[in-house]
Design a protein around this ligand. Structure first.
Ligand code: ZN
Ligand code: ZN
Length: 207
């Protein structure tokens, strides 16, 4: 196979013969398309990640009292106007301008607009990877949007840890799913025993 000297603007690897004249290689095109395809679903999930503790429906550890947290900011700033959907819409508008198409009109709520923008970008992606000089910026922003959404959603999963104190004084971080833990002092705590240990956080605050 012949490798040309021209490189993909996204991954900087040399373009194959059948990719010559394109801005981005086939693999990067597939990656961009996959990142785009993930966004509408992630966007909907962001709504569920807005409220603190949502999804963490497990029983409270006896004795642990948690103050209500403010509305989570990361999912909010991603899902609000100016977040992910706006980024996508700005690219649609940019591409429409490049192609001398009419400016797009957006319908419905932001989730619907997210779908609409992604569908439009997917449709025009073959053109963009061939001809748009800033397709590397586009690829980067879409990848980042996906990563930020995934991060915001993952962090909300019920992995709240509780710090308990072993009689030896060591602090053990456990979750409600922890089945047992061996302390550095050698003590073996089963699940029941772990949940009976005193909370360590208050003690640390007092110290
Ligand atoms: Zn590439
Ligand atoms: Zn111990």
């Amino acid at each position: 196979m012949t490798v040309s000297t021209a490189a993909c603007v996204v991954c900087h690897s040399a373009l194959w013969h059948d990719e010559l004249g394109r801005m981005a290689c086939h693999r990067c095109t597939d990656r961009i398309s996959a990142d785009l395809a993930a966004l509408p679903g992630l966007y909907v999930q962001l709504g569920g990640a807005l409220m603190p503790g949502s999804g963490a429906g497990g029983p409270a550890v006896s004795g642990s009292r948690t103050a209500p947290l403010p509305l989570r900011l990361a999912p909010l700033s991603l899902s609000a106007k100016g977040g992910v959907v706006t980024v996508l819409q700005q690219w649609v508008e940019d591409w429409h301008t490049c192609l001398e198409y009419e400016a797009p009109t957006w319908k419905g709520d932001l989730a619907a607009q997210c779908h609409q923008a992604v569908a439009r970008l997917q449709l025009l992606l073959p053109w963009a990877v061939e001809s748009h000089p800033a397709v590397d910026d586009f690829a980067e922003e879409v990848r980042q949007a996906r990563a930020e959404c995934e991060q915001a959603i993952t962090r909300e999963r019920p992995v709240r840890t509780v710090a308990v104190a072993c009689p030896c004084g060591a602090v053990l971080r456990i979750t409600l799913d922890t089945l047992g833990r061996r302390c550095t002092c050698g003590a073996q705590h089963g699940r029941e025993a772990l949940l009976d240990l005193p909370l360590a956080e208050r003690r640390q605050v007092a110290a």
